[in-house]
Ligand binder design. Structure first.
Ligand SMILES: Nc1ncnc2c1ncn2[C@@H]1O[C@H](COP(=O)(O)OP(=O)(O)OP(=O)(O)O)[C@@H](O)[C@H]1O
Length: 741
């Protein structure tokens, strides 16, 4: 096809795109006007004003957000359909597909939202089953400018089809060869038919998406979230959509996808942030993580939540009238068990005084005492500081973080772990929880909490119940429905910034009653520990779910235990399974290398077909004498050969050192400005073109080029090191080199 034809086609599409933008601007200013009018009306203060304003402003604001978000390649698809009647020629009434739907001033459809039923055929039509589509065209744009078109002729039999220009080399290949930056991009223009099925699957129950590396599981799941918000906005926007991923770096990587699809009302949280108000980023070493993740911890924590508070008084005695009243350890133990049997510990605060008073009153034998009566007895006790102090010390309101910290005492730990955790496991936990930095002991709260501690904290939140809100009048502690003295609010979460736009789907309250979502999407699900499944499961009791994963990439050593926890979290919900079979990330050369490794080390890997060949074989350097010098020359070389990102993947123990190397290489100073800070904090920077990451941190990410330093050490780092190394070998789109001593 001549360049002239191509230029003509592009110019025609450009005209259409201009028309859409003009309409978009009209629409946006109408929405702004609506928002302004809404405010004015509310100011008038007439009856119903507020409700009306809320509705109008909400509607208008959403529309504006949607339209603003749509600027990246707003129009991306065109379908030329088999003509519906004799008076229309092929190509005269194309259907355009875009990130949002738009109507013209006559209310006729100008642009079809990619999620609308009318757009489904854009993704589903094939040459074997064209479903009325003669030509499918993808528009390649930079902002508003159309740069080219990629066509497919699906039904050459239709009259006039031979007249339609067919341009380009295929939209998918063009898309797959592009350089990668540090953000995932939406794939609306090139969603493949098998992916589209998972995206538009019926909403009931659980959609489980499996497939090997690079098959688009993550990106498909995110498009599904956008699809759900479109198809049942009321339900999902009010109920909330929770997206859970493995790490903060991963959440940063995927955070732009949904806004670019016009959706911002989604809570994106890494596994360390699932509990409102908590943000953990540090990990425990693998052996400790294995203990903390085991479902046996649930039993340990249930016992802990029922145990006597360390330091709580063990007996109580008081004279009243002619009687000496006494509650000993055994009696108090019985009352404690009775209270526990009635529900969560913090919920019993209002019953504590009554139960203690019952037990004491039963001991009143003297005539003088019996004659005064129960009511006077209660009044006397409740105004006696000795009783009140005892009761509050014996049954204090307990925050989960405080109770978790009890476990630092090896005796308390041994008491609740007896018969559940072995001695070595207890020793590992004790060591992790009594970590010191300098001469200071690190508390088991706030910043020092590890990602693996978060599910333990959540388990305790549920076992204990919410800490009652602080009350001004401390005197009525024991008679109030829910009282408490000097309570520290468990979380103050209102200023959390978990949504990509900085806009939470609703203010977090920290209460267990508000933890639920309408949809829960779990990515890299193969890595959730049983305790993490319990935590995530509590957020989705009444939700629909999307669960995404690849078992061969799992870094959890006890798959059966995790499978049982997953089944429990999903309860008996109906599961629809989808399997993706094409690897869109790796070149076929890189994936062949990774698949051979998986076979060699005996991983039961799901092997997708990689469709793109680059002619560049992976390079394996062994017996290297100077690891730093060789790594330097490899990284510099690879960085000069790709336009996009370069990942240097290292064993966790070398993370700080290699960041130090990177910071000292002047030729990469502009590409890795964050390396110095990363060497100081031990955390990987999220934005640089060249970064250092541990094997586990690479989960879900991708780079144009990957340099693996000391792969044998990554393998040896944990019992699932081989699966981790397999993940690492499947991260590069173009170039891969491994360097070992
Ligand atoms: N239909 C598509 N069109 C264009 N690019 C696609 C398509 N499907 C997937 N990709 C690209 O392939 C790459 C891999 O996708 P994604 O990260 O979602 O895969 P994954 O299955 O979650 O991978 P892994 O399990 O290895 O982390 C991404 O760059 C994604 O944009």
């Amino acid at each position: 096809m001549s360049d002239q034809v191509a230029a003509r086609e592009v110019a025609q599409e450009q005209q259409f795109v201009e028309r859409v933008y003009a309409r978009l601007e009209e629409s946006a200013s109408a929405a702004r006007e609506l928002a302004r009018e809404g405010h004015d009306r509310a100011r008038l203060g007439h009856e119903g004003g507020l409700v009306e304003r809320d509705a109008m402003v909400h509607h208008a604001a959403r529309r504006i957000a949607e339209l603003d978000a749509a600027h990246e390649g707003l129009v991306f698809g065109r379908l030329d359909l088999r003509p519906s009647g004799d008076d229309v020629a092929l190509g005269e009434e194309p259907r355009y597909v875009g990130r949002i739907g738009l109507r013209d001033a006559e209310r006729d459809s100008l642009l079809v939202d990619w999620r609308a039923p009318a757009a489904a055929v854009f993704y589903q039509a094939t040459a074997a089953e064209p479903a009325g589509v003669v030509r499918r065209r993808v528009l390649r744009s930079a902002g508003r400018r159309v740069e080219g078109v990629e066509d497919e002729l699906l039904d050459p039999e239709v009259e006039g089809a031979e007249q339609l220009p067919i341009l380009g080399e295929g939209a998918l290949m063009a898309q797959l060869s592009r350089a990668r930056d540090r953000s995932m991009h939406s794939i609306v223009a090139t969603i493949q038919a098998e992916q589209d099925k998972a995206i538009r699957a019926p909403v009931k129950g659980v959609v489980a998406i499996s497939g090997g590396p690079g098959t688009g599981k993550t990106v498909v799941a995110l498009h599904r979230a956008a699809y759900l918000l479109y198809s049942d906005r009321r339900r999902y926007e009010t109920g909330g959509v929770l997206v859970v991923g493995p790490s903060g770096v991963f959440m940063r990587y995927i955070e732009r996808v949904l806004p670019s699809l016009g959706e911002t009302a989604v809570a994106l949280r890494s596994l360390g942030e699932v509990v409102d108000g908590v943000r953990a980023v540090r990990h425990d070493e693998p052996a400790v993580a294995d203990v903390k993740g085991s479902s046996r911890m649930a039993e340990v924590l249930q016992r802990l939540a029922r145990a006597a508070a360390p330091g709580a008084p063990e007996e109580f005695g008081i004279f009243w009238r002619d009687d000496r009243l006494r509650l000993d350890r055994r009696q108090l133990g019985r009352i404690r068990r009775q209270l526990m049997n009635q529900g969560r510990r913090n919920r019993q605060l209002s019953r504590v005084a009554g139960m203690l008073l019952d037990a004491l009153w039963r001991q009143v034998r003297s005539e003088r005492g019996r004659e005064r009566g129960r009511e006077a007895f209660d009044d006397d006790m409740l105004s006696d500081a000795r009783f009140v102090d005892f009761a509050s010390a014996w049954w204090p309101p307990l925050a989960a973080e405080e109770v978790l910290a009890w476990l630092r005492d090896p005796e308390v730990l041994a008491g609740v772990a007896d018969g559940v955790l072995g001695e070595e496991e207890q020793r590992l936990l004790h060591k992790a929880w009594t970590r010191t930095e300098g001469s200071t002991r690190v508390p088991v709260t706030g910043e020092a909490l590890t990602v693996e501690d978060v599910p333990l904290l959540d388990e305790l939140r549920y076992a204990l119940g919410d800490v009652p809100a602080p009350k001004d009048d401390a005197d009525d502690l024991l008679t109030a429905e829910q009282g408490g003295i000097d309570l520290v609010e468990l979380t103050t979460a209102s200023d959390r910034e978990y949504a990509p736009s900085g806009r939470p789907w609703r203010p977090a309250t920290g209460s267990i009653d508000d933890d639920g979502f309408a949809h829960v999407l779990v990515d890299e699900a193969q890595d959730l520990t049983p305790m993490q499944w319990r935590m995530v499961g509590r957020r989705g009791r009444t939700a629909t779910w999307t669960v995404v994963g690849d078992p061969a990439q799992s870094s959890w050593p006890a798959p059966e235990e995790a499978a049982a926890a997953r089944a429990a979290a999903l309860e008996k919900k109906l599961v629809h399974s989808f399997h993706l079979s094409t690897n869109y990330r790796n070149s076929s050369e890189i994936y062949a290398h990774a698949a051979a490794y998986a076979g060699r080390v005996g991983l039961d890997a799901d092997l997708p077909r990689a469709v793109r060949s680059t002619g560049e074989e992976p390079v394996v350097l062994t017996g290297v004498e100077d690891l730093a010098a060789t790594t330097r020359s490899v990284v510099v070389d690879l960085a000069s050969r790709v336009a996009g990102t370069v990942g240097i993947v290292v064993p966790a123990a070398r993370h700080v050192d290699v960041n130090g190397w990177l910071a000292s290489w002047p030729e990469l100073a502009d590409d890795a400005p964050g390396a110095r800070a990363a060497a100081a904090t031990g955390r990987s920077s999220a934005d640089d073109r060249v970064v250092v990451l541990t094997g586990l941190e690479t989960k879900g990410l991708e780079f144009d080029a990957i340099v693996v330093v000391a792969p044998e050490e990554i393998e040896a780092e944990s019992s699932t090191g081989r699966a981790t190394l397999y993940v690492v070998l499947t991260r590069a789109t173009q170039l891969l080199t491994t360097v070992s001593a």
